[in-house]
Structure formats: C-alpha cells, structure tokens
Design a protein. Sequence first.
Length: 429
Amino acid sequence: MRTSLTAITILVLGSFSLVGGLASADEPTNIVFLSWKASQPQVWKGLIRKFHRENPDVRVKLQVGPHSSTEYHAIVTQRFKNKDASVDVFFMDVIWPPEFANPGRVLDLTPSFTRQQQAEFLPGPIAANTYRDRIYGVPCYLAAGLFYYRNDLLRKYDLEPPRTWSKMLSQGKAILKGENDPGLYIYSGQFKQYEGLVCNMMEFIWSNGGAVIDSQTGKPTLAEPPAVRAVSFVRNKIIGKAAPRGVINYEEPESLDLFIQGKAIFHRNWPYAWSIANNPRKSRIAGKVGVGSLPAFSGHTPASALGGWQFGINRWSRHHQEAWRFIQFMTSHQSQKTLALGAGLAPTRMSVYQDPEVQEGMPHLKAFLPAFERARPRPPSPVYPMISQELQRFFSRAIVERKSDVPALAKAASKRIQRFLKLGAMIQK
Ligand code: GLC
C-alpha cells in the first residue's frame, strides 16, 4: 500500500517562542509525538495540554497518521529510515516491538522502566513489549476483541446472548424475520485487507480450536481442518450473508458505524466501541447495547485477539529525557483513567481497574479483566509484518472470492509463512 508523508497532519499544541530566531534561555524543548489517528482526538489533546501545564519546559508536537494500523506502520517505517531524528516518541501497535527492537530503531527502556514499575501493568502487554529480555515500550492501553449486541432486540425476542456462531446466525435470522427491516443485518466486523482482518480471522480460527501457527511446534497450522473450516464459515455464512458484502472494505470505524446506526444486531470490536455506541450524540442505539465474549464454534471456547498501543522512543531522538517524561505522564494512573473515562480505552495499569470512578463510569470494564488477561497474542516475531501481509492476502482472497479454494490457498500461505518464520528465527540468533 502506498502511503505518503503528506498524509500526516501536523498539529502544534500550545505555542513556543523563538526570540529573534535565537533560542532564549528558557525556551522549551520541542518533542514530536507520532501517533495513529485516535477515535476521540480531543481526549488526547486534552492530556497533552495538561502535560504542558505541568512541564512548561517541554512542548509536544503531535503528528497524526492514518487510523489503520497497517497504513500507519508504513509511515513509521518510512520515518525511521536513515537514523531520522525528527520523531521522538511514537505509538506502536502491540505487534511491533520485536520488529523495531531488532534493528535497534526503538530505544531500549530497560534501565528506566524497571521490573518493579513493569509489575504495575498487566502481564500480556508487558510480554508484548519485551524482546530477548529487554523492554522497548510502555503499554498505554489494551484491547481485546469483544462481542457487542442489541440488548433490546434480544430481550424483545426472549433470547440470551449467543454462545456459538451458529446460534448467532439462527437468532439473527429470527430477529430479521420479526423486524422485517431490509436495512438490518445480523453481523458487522472488520474484513478489509489490513491488520484488523488478521485479528478477526484469528478469532474465528482460535474459537474453532485451530491456530495460524502452533504455539508448541512453531509450525503453521493454517491448512489444517479447524482453520480451513473457520475461514470457510466466514466466506459462506458471514460475508454478504449475515454481514453486508461491504464489510470486505470495513475497518473498525465503518463496522462500528453500521452498528451504531442500528443496522446490525451483533458486532465485533475493541473495548473503545462501548462508549461510542452508548453516546446518544453519536449513536442511535445508546443504552440498548450489551457486551460480552465473542461466540465460539460448538464444542470450543471463545477467543479474543490481544490488541493495544504502546509508547516507544526513537533511538535516534536527541531528547530521550523529555520523551521519557512525556511517556511517564501519559501512562500514569491519572492519564490512563482519563483515557478510560473519556475515550473508553481499557487501562494497562492494574490499579486503574480498582479506581472507584472508573468502576462507576465503566462498570463493564472490571468484568472484562479476566478476558483481557486471556487475550491471545498474534505471533511475536521481528518479521511479523511479513507474516501479517501474507495472512492478510490469504484471508482476503479466501473470503472475498465466492468459490475460493480455501485448503489450497491455506497450504500455499502456510509454505510462505514457514519461510518467514525461518527468517525470523535467523534474525533472532
Ligand atoms: C486496534 C488494536 C491493534 C490492532 C488493530 C487492527 O487498533 O489495538 O492492536 O492491530 O486494531 O485493526
């Protein structure tokens, strides 16, 4: 995918002074924070303003890239070529730390981010930021795939939230029949060819007892029956059936849009969707939404992909100290609480889950803690982007083409993934 630097919007928050073009003695240090496009930007800007008030000697310039993790990744890698020092702090998707740690693009934070400090965070995101026993990022917020549903409709038809995918379909069909609304669909999720597709598809595969890579043997298992059946189910029953065919172009925002317009009964998304779906200024279904674990295939247990974002420091930045101060501020109990209450983001610091105001404002959050702890990582690897590109291509072809040969495509993709895994193992040696 082609992405250009011009796609970045530069926002300068607050002002800084240059006296006659020369630096004055008390001129603040400017640091650049490169981020993806947040769903609730005002909350982030508010936090940065607060940081400025508390740290008048530092000014943060926020540079915002695209919302899609895949497109934003292209921008980050572009900016990091040639020891570029123009970015100080950057936001990393949970799958990136090994990739950026390996060629030493991201600063090793082990000396500052002590084990004692790390113990205040949930173990999953800490593990994701750790590569060969060193830590490279500080987890800002955590995500895990959740299942949203129309409580009002389930009640109207005397139904319980479905535990299996086939139950979801049969309940959906009954509701569609009763509602007789041609604009209503059963399901909405993310099926565009990008990182989100990998998360959605892995959840289907895991919830059928399958995997993309076997965690014991380290071998691809994409072509084995549980994975092939799960992918075929999505092609046969979800795309253009339970969900509109348009979902093959949907990332998180578009799929959520369908749900909050009242056009889908069930919806897969990350925790942030809860506050938007229940905001009467944004959603037609505010107050009518339930949330729980994703369904599984009959006889199997549900599974959620681990998502979330971390702060890293560009190793070539000339402002490591200031960058670290900014990260500490952004990942403090108070800031995580603001992000939870203001933007519906799930904290990575355990203490925030015990905070009475968070418990009152987001009663569902604490109940999800066990699910967040169980959320499954995508394969950690310094060549993860190559593995992901291959998976994205495979999943997309398999579900978009109505007559795709899923077993053959899965076999071919597995072979290529095996090669990438070998390459990853060599790099790590
Ligand atoms: C969310 C998750 C991230 C994931 C992405 C996929 O941003 O936090 O981990 O890769 O969605 O779309």
